[in-house]
Design a protein around this ligand. Structure first.
Ligand SMILES: NC(=O)c1ccc[n+]([C@@H]2O[C@H](COP(=O)([O-])OP(=O)(O)OC[C@H]3O[C@@H](n4cnc5c(N)ncnc54)[C@H](O)[C@@H]3O)[C@@H](O)[C@H]2O)c1
Length: 394
């Protein structure tokens, strides 16, 4: 394990979020002095009590080991003054027109500008619209007379963040050589490899990676709908396609493609390309249309859903995770309600949902929203729709 020679003080703004916390824990485990700064008082309280605010493999152990020692959470903006490094990793959603909200990024920056100084390294880590690093550079220069600014995008997958931070190469960019070198030195404490590129390239690399994933899922979902509409089994065909055929090895299965990143980052890329990212928009139509198709598949099996008890199994946006942000299971729920079905939902990770046993007993028909591990081995003896390929035989 790499160790830093001199403990540095690092503050993460948005530190109690899904990206900020794993990052803070990673630096804490390398002997940095870490402050997680967050406006969410509940999350701050939880972190300080060593309660992780969300599910993340391996994070609780690290939190217990470091909280109260070289890691703490706070809502006090004044702590920024005392730091060597200040990382910004607040959310970057798109607006109601699916355009980036650059104003939000600048608002967060403005709130902390009074506490920043030009000796500190400022790192942007959120997924940002191309050009935002340069806009932030201008704002820092205007206020501080200089910008020691880096953009180093986060690329972890939620739930596996701790493992991935230590294993994924880190893209590092800076607005000048000094900032780039400082950021490279910082991240070499936690990442196995540093890849240096320009800020504009790093911004696009992150968005293109997410858009590419979104497109991959759209291809699988389009083929799923194409095949199943003909009464054929998509997964029998997929298995045959992939069997000892290396070029199809990474072909994705179908599934609800949702969550807080892939869709909005595809739309950010589209906004960047003057709304002419035709593949991205097609992917959106396919992925956002899958819930409608699943409901029609259930109707084909059960007839009218009016008055029937229909269960959605899995409300999180991905398997074995508790995150419901932008989950398409909620779109399935709305569609079922429009069909005047009585909708039941279950999710072992989401509080307030119907317990699994009662859910299965009470439901007349079931749509698999997301395949948590516990659902994969179930034998469902009621009409069901499973686009993930868990409950199908041969
Ligand atoms: N979730 C992922 O797996 C993932 C992976 C890679 C990149 N990203 C990107 O990272 C960024 C953050 O995503 P996230 O999932 O961690 O979001 P999140 O909502 O989980 O975390 C953001 C945190 O910022 C806090 N916050 C908001 N405004 C603040 C302010 N003014 N001062 C201090 N704290 C503030 C919120 O309370 C929240 O805890 C986004 O740009 C996202 O696209 C996310």
């Amino acid at each position: 394990m790499k160790r830093v020679l001199k403990a540095k003080k690092i503050c993460i703004i948005g530190g109690c979020g899904h990206v900020g916390t794993p990052l803070g824990l990673a630096f804490a485990s390398r002997n940095f002095d870490v402050t997680l700064l967050d406006v969410n008082p509940k999350a701050v309280e939880n972190v300080n009590k060593a309660h992780l605010p969300f599910k993340e493999d391996g994070a609780t152990e690290l939190l217990k080991a470091h909280v109260g020692r070289n890691l703490r959470a706070t809502s006090d903006a004044g702590v920024v003054k005392k730091q060597d490094v200040v990382v910004f990793v607040t959310g970057t959603p798109v607006d109601e027109h699916l355009n980036p909200k650059i104003h939000d990024v600048m608002k967060v920056l403005a709130a902390y500008l009074p506490y920043l100084n030009k000796r500190q390294l400022v790192v942007l880590r959120s997924t940002i619209f191309p050009g935002v690093t340069r806009i932030v550079e201008d704002a820092l220069k205007a206020k501080l007379g200089a910008a020691n600014l880096a953009f180093c995008p986060e690329r972890i997958v939620q739930g596996k963040g701790i493992e991935e931070i230590f294993n994924l190469p880190q893209l590092v960019s800076g607005v000048n050589k000094k900032a780039e070198n400082a950021a490279a030195a910082l991240f070499s404490a936690i990442a196995p490899k540093i890849i240096r590129i320009k800020p504009e390239e790093a911004e696009l690399a992150k968005l293109m990676t997410n858009a590419w994933r979104y497109l991959e899922f759209a291809i699988a979902n389009q083929f799923y709908m194409m095949v199943e509409k003909q009464g054929l089994d998509f997964y029998r065909i997929l298995r045959a396609m992939k069997d000892d055929y290396p070029r199809a090895k990474h072909f994705a299965g179908a599934g609800l493609a949702a969550g807080p990143c892939l869709f909005k980052d595809t739309m950010q890329l589209s906004a960047f390309h003057n709304n002419e990212f035709f593949l991205g928009h097609s992917a959106m139509l396919v992925n956002e249309g899958l819930p409608n198709f699943l409901v029609s598949q259930l109707e084909a099996k059960m007839g009218s859903l009016k008055g029937k008890k229909i269960g959605i199994m899995g409300m999180a946006f991905k398997p074995d995770n508790d995150d419901i942000r932008e989950s398409l299971s909620f779109k399935v729920k709305k569609l079922l309600e429009m069909k005047m079905a009585k909708v039941l939902v279950t999710d072992e990770f989401v509080p307030g949902t119907t317990p699994l046993k009662a859910f299965v007993k009470e439901s007349d028909g079931i749509i698999l929203g997301v395949p948590h591990s516990a659902y994969r081995k179930l034998r469902i003896r009621k009409p069901f729709v499973d686009c993930w390929g868990c409950w199908r035989n041969g």
